[in-house]
Design a protein around this ligand. Sequence first.
Ligand code: 6GU
Length: 240
Amino acid sequence: MKVDVVSLFPAYLDPLNLSLLGKAQTQGLVQVQVHDLRNWATDPHRSVDDTPYGGGPGMVMSPLVWGSALDHIREGAQTKPTLIIPTPSGEPFSQVLAAEFSRAEHLVFACGRYEGIDSRVGVHYSSSEQWEKVREISIGDYVLAGGEVATLVIIEAITRLIPGVLGNPQSVVDDSFSRPDSFIEGPVYTKPLGWRGLEVPEVLRSGNHGAIEQWRQDQAQARTRKYRPDLLTEIPPEQV
Ligand code: 6GU
């Protein structure tokens, strides 16, 4: 998978070279390239934003600068990329979306700052034959200062699903939000058996695999009821 990230603060994306993703890049499973948006600014002040039409606070990022940057990336590519625009007003990110994006050949992330990117950028590339698709994605119900940290989150969730990136493929199957029942995962333990007066649950030492699986399922269900009751509400059948 090829991943391009365009940002005003390329150093924000430095963690992409660490740990699991750093190794995946060394192994050739993923190629990440970070670009400084200011390279495509053309005026003497190298500005990338302007005041919003209709008034209001803050600045809006220029479609001229974004258009030049994204066209440049497309011109250097062999296949149609998917454009991901992280924004708090986007579609909620999820494990299902991470799995979908993990099958893409080429992803391009457009990191906005200030009050966001001129809306015509997303509209234009959505209808362009040169791009696979455009997705505006939010990582949760809170507001970040820019798209960079959201991009790190999305890339990490996607790339660990690429075959070969994780050491143990079963880890991905067992994840919260990936199982058919969609419970969040229960508690885990390692040695020592006793720690500061707290014991590892007896059942995990029983050797009874059926009982262990049942216990884990019960724990996962209890935890989901407590923290994420929204995951348990049944979706009513569609009314025709
Ligand atoms: Cl993707 N961007 C920003 N700036 N804030 C967010 C977000 C994205 N997702 C949640 N909050």
